[in-house]
Design a protein around this ligand. Structure first.
Ligand code: BEZ
Length: 212
């Protein structure tokens, strides 16, 4: 059965560009982004890994570790990393899982046989420090992912874990947020949102981002 939001991200022990990785142990208390790509030495994947490397500080700021995966071997990954660094002006400092036996791809349902029988699609999982799956996205091989969007969702998850708010469509850091509909008591709302709020409808209450 495929993974769903809220499930515990399956643990595994697998080879990688930096040696064996015991996933849960490697994650420690960090958030994680686990993302697959179809194959080494392919153009879109090269740009995606370069982008991820260049966003290192942004991921670190949010306490997020990134880890890529393809079904090629570790030797190939390490050769490819040289190309990524050179062509993308990047420095890939995160591991790439070498999933030749498809152990991780199978656990995370990353191979979609009607798209490709043997290679992974572009799956991406955001995992929180409790090892729960918080975001799942799946893109086709022909479309590179938007890593700014991945960071945006992580910002939303980290914000909404701490405050009783949700983030509206196209929200970004600093924009107003919505008060969760389950919060009804006006006195409690005033106390929790001292910057005030605007009720456009009883169920649509906008408030400035509480931690800004
Ligand atoms: C790529 O990463 O460029 C790619 C990989 C597989 C199919 C198409 C494109």
């Amino acid at each position: 059965m495929s993974l769903r939001l809220g499930d515990i991200a399956p643990d595994f022990d697998q080879d990688s560009s930096i040696g064996r990785i015991k996933f849960h142990e490697w994650l420690g208390n960090s958030w994680g982004v686990l993302f697959s790509h179809p194959a080494d030495f392919t153009p879109v994947c090269t740009t995606e890994l370069g982008l991820t490397a260049k966003l290192k500080d942004e991921f670190e700021k949010r306490n997020v570790k990134t880890i890529a995966l393809s079904v090629d071997n570790a030797e190939s990954h390490n050769e490819w990393i040289k190309d990524i660094n050179e062509t993308q002006a990047a420095n890939v400092g995160f591991p790439i899982l070498a999933d030749g036996d498809r152990k991780v791809s199978t656990l995370y349902d990353m191979i979609h046989p009607n798209a490709n029988e043997t290679l992974t699609v572009r799956s991406l999982f955001v995992i929180d420090p409790n090892k729960k799956v918080r975001l799942i996205i799946t893109y086709p091989a022909s479309t590179g992912r938007n890593f700014d969007e991945v960071l945006r969702v992580i910002d939303s998850l980290q914000l909404t874990d701490h405050y009783q708010v949700a983030t509206p469509g196209n929200w970004k850091q600093g924009d107003d947020v919505v008060i969760v509909p389950s919060l009804k008591d006006e006195e409690v709302i005033k106390q929790k949102f001292p910057k005030g709020y605007k009720a456009l409808r009883p169920y649509l209450r906008m408030t400035p981002q509480p931690n800004k």
